[in-house]
Ligand binder design. Structure first.
Ligand code: SF4
Length: 217
């Protein structure tokens, strides 16, 4: 599937209840050839209205975070774990995250980023379900030849100003990675016995995702 085809198909999705209350699907924004992908939680009111992720107050702070390490939105790709706004900005529920997972996975397949910035606990849980964000924010992990950096969600800084400095400091690790400083990265060991199980599980998930996206086409 091409990026353009993906956007067209994703915008038509009605796979979960979130689409009923949302104005529109917000698939993602940025450079589809980017090597860095930011994954947040869900669209908010501004994003729901404009159809662009991180275009409200949290988005402004995200742009400030990017600028602090000499990056712009055009250098990265930005999406969310769920692509429709939960009513009243509530947390996305497990079944909604599961329903939207094929869209995130397909996007990753198309963009093929080398570095993921996981903004907040929902994005972190997709890749590292056992992690606690208070313990791992600002740290980088290498898994499956990809690098993952965990950060607090930019919206946190809007509610609690003391997080601003923490998050700007956490961004520095991304600059170090981009500058080739591999020492900053924790390499996660995955036992070989786990690899086979995970590959089988992944193949099964992929079959389901393909059939779900196929049904939508
Ligand atoms: S699965 Fe994702 S894109 Fe589809 S309706 Fe639900 S939140 Fe929206």
């Amino acid at each position: 599937m091409t990026y353009k085809e993906y956007i067209t198909k994703c915008k038509k999705c009605k796979s979960c209840r979130l689409r009923k209350s949302a104005t529109q699907v917000v698939p993602g924004d940025g450079n589809p050839k980017a090597e860095i992908m930011f994954i947040g939680e869900a669209p908010g009111a501004s994003e729901d209205k404009e159809g662009i992720p991180f275009c409200g107050a949290a988005g402004k702070f995200l742009e400030e975070m990017l600028a602090s390490i000499d990056l712009k939105r055009e250098n990265v790709f930005i999406t969310n774990i769920v692509k429709c706004r939960p009513p009243g900005n509530r947390d996305p529920q497990d079944d909604e995250i599961k329903a939207c997972k094929p869209w995130t996975n397909e996007l990753i397949k198309i963009i093929r980023p080398k570095v993921f910035i996981l903004l907040g606990r929902f994005a972190m849980a997709k890749f590292f379900p056992s992690f606690k964000i208070s313990q791992v924010h600002g740290k980088a992990y290498k898994k499956w030849d990809r690098v993952f950096v965990v950060m607090y969600h930019p919206a946190v800084a809007l509610y609690n100003g003391s997080f601003r400095e923490v998050m700007l400091a956490d961004m520095k690790i991304l600059r170090e990675i981009l500058d080739g400083k591999q020492d900053s990265i924790n390499v996660l060991d995955i036992p070989k016995s786990d690899i086979k199980t995970r590959l089988e599980k992944r193949r099964e998930e992929k079959r389901k995702e393909n059939s779900q996206i196929g049904i939508l086409s």
